[in-house]
Design a protein around this ligand. Sequence first.
Ligand code: AMP
Length: 422
Amino acid sequence: MSGLTEPLPGTSDLWEPEVAEWRDLEGIARNVFNRYGYTELRTPIMERTEVFVRNLGNETDVVQKEMYTFQDRGGRSLSLRPEGTAGVMRAIANHGLNTGEECRVFYMGPMFRGERPAAGRRRQFHQVGCEAVGCNSPWMDAETIAMLVHFLAELGITGAKVMVNSRGLPEDRPPIAAALKEYFRPHLAEMCPDCQRRFEGNVWRMLDCKVPACHEIALGAPHIADLLGEASKDFFAKVCDGLKSLGVDFEVAPRLVRGLDYYVHTVFEITHTALGAQDALAGGGRYQITLPGTNTAIEGVGFAAGIERLLMARNALGIKAEEQPAADTYIIGPSAPAIPVALQLAGELRSKSLGGRVHADFTGRSMKGQFRSANKSGAKRVLVIGDDELANGTVTCKNMADGSQTSVPRAEVAAWLEKISN
Ligand code: AMP
């Protein structure tokens, strides 16, 4: 049976106290992004496959190899979202965005890619991301990267490396692609099958192949930024100026292209050495997308950061969220007549929001056994309803930190708790 109780490879169950780390990170994300005027958007986990194919590009690894695609009963092709941007764009198209209007949103949630699971590479992983749509200014790109760096700083993640590059505009691409092909053609036979396929379909991706032999060859390739048209060069220079004026420590990475076809101008990635082979914490860039079902092309800039990887980095740096005990107040009632009293008392405390997390023990185990569980729960306070307490209508309140005990009339426990917590 064990196989059936395990989560699928590349997916996991999350329990406390790990969930506390997630909540902490999510809270920091909301807080930071709100400060930049971004609001939260939640889109569905599945979409029509078309939403991803059109936006991400048919030649990308994500669309070619990694999407979980299936047919629904009506024969429609659906996919689990492999990333967040395409769904956000569909939602914005559906919501309506007037010309000249801006929209700044953030999202967080699960993404799905059928990759080979490895450390830091999962089939269900989670991203927190931002999109700023409708603003074509290079200063927006600088602010977006600075916001991501700010987010990492608030998470306490130090030592991350920020890399920036430009892919230019679509009209810059044919001569750049030609130059790249000219460079790679004599090396093709020594390169991996993926690169051989990319040579025709997406020669840009040959620049960032992780296969060592391909990487060696790519090191000698012409730099995209040198081959850009004047407008693109100017745009990129402004992004870099903006980053400098915001005090962001970054480097220009000539072979950074990012996987997806929709990028124009700025692309960026943040890596961290604490992550091992899968060292990307976050990535993003400026994109041009035709809103689904419309002929409206909109531009935006955004990024996605992997939550699991952010947590790995925090963990490696020894940053821990505050742990939450399973209970703050533990009610013990070992005898059968004590159980309904415990039930009622727990209900009263919860409805009055007193005593924090209230756990009533209905197991009917011995006093000793219940105290053991109370200790394990981390509760600060134990309310005991033993035989004596039942007989005289009281509850013994034990402070677990110092062992002190107070006898309180049953009807006054709530008021007493209120008094001591003030
Ligand atoms: P991408 O859309 O591939 O640039 O991904 C953005 C971020 O999501 C990466 O920088 C990683 O932090 C994270 N990420 C991407 N794919 C995975 C995966 N399979 N497992 C865990 N995290 C991932």
